[in-house]
Design a protein. Sequence first.
Length: 458
Amino acid sequence: MRDLSAEAGGKKTKVGIVFDIGGKDDRSFNAAANVGVVRAKKDFPIILRDVEPGDPTSIEPALRAFAQYGYNLITGVGFAQGPILKDVAKDYPQLHFVIIDDQVDLPNVASLLFKEHEGSFLVGMIAAYTTRTGTIGFVGGRDIPLIRKFETGYEEGARYANPNIKVLQNYVGDSDTAWNNPGKGRELANAQYEQGADVIFQAAGNSGLGVFDAAESYNKFAIGVDANQNWVKPGRILTSMLKRIDNAVYSVVKDEVEGKFKGGVHVYGLENDGIGYAVDEYNKHLIPQDVIDKVEQARRDIIAGKIKVTDVMAERPLVVEKLPEPPKELPIADQFRDVARTILFDFNKPELKTPEQEKLRRIAEWLNQERNRSIVFRVEGNCDPRGMAEYNLGLGDRRARAVKDFLVSLGIDPSRIETVSYGSEKAQGSSEGLSDAPPSWANDRRVDFVYMRGGVKP
């Protein structure tokens, strides 16, 4: 990273951007953000600096370095930076921040969100009208609800055009490395082409370039994502689902320079050209005009509300009831010890048919029926700060592992399960999640399904 100390002074607006680990040359998501800030640099008197983290541990130091040197506007590219950026923004309330693909509810943070499902619906229609085999495919990067949003819209659009179409789907992985593995992307695309797919939509970051290589090798079609990728493999990229990150980032920089920065949620969809699909000199001969006409009519119908495209991230999560609180007459220490014992032993003995295990069996059945959904467990490890911290340390993690292991034992793919524990992080007596109402995190946009477990009230 450049030495920022020399730029601490001056009257120009200082803009810093921290890319996702895919890097600004991924020709997709990060590249689109880079186009926006570079264009802003040409049009406005700003100092622009960027950081390409080699791994996730480099993200927070980069964000904090920009903040420490007084950068006016600091952008985090990608939902994974949301929690980190939130912490940094809290520490520097006088500065302005931008997060892409996540929502941070702070007055000095602009959250840029996109209706990816709408654009995916349209390219799904194009795929369905183009296929000659009746089979199309989807390759996602990391298996997370955000990418399921692309997949679901794509499949709905394809079935809108052809109710009998077959849609194959695969994901590169369930960690951050899934965005930067072109070899795996190509391997998955090869398998789908071998199964009869002749069009594959990729939403996989740098890994998607491997899908393009496979399309070229098999002489089939692929669909680009985020940026206009039609030029990458001319004649093989049927179209690209455009996510106008460039315009969104440019707009926020412009507002900052003009003193008009607004925190809060900024949503981009078909109605404001924040989402779309690409037709240019590289692919205009691939899509007949009658197909364009049908897709354009669908675009107008989506904007008008006549076509409803499922947004899997907007659905309210299903909350399974939490463990009943122990009797009030017990001392706090005994209450907590009893709850801890129940959680730890119940899940570690599969032969026991406890109510908690029965709940998990029902969840497993639900997951098997809803194969386009994933599940996030927020597992609490709350305790009384007046002497019970020793029971709490690591308890949330043990609960999380036990819950996940039990679901895997029931045949659920572990890549569809994410566990987040608040054990030792909240060892100082937090009671979030213990009231009668659902906890605040139950409305987290990335949560498809929540299984609540609580400790006791301090």
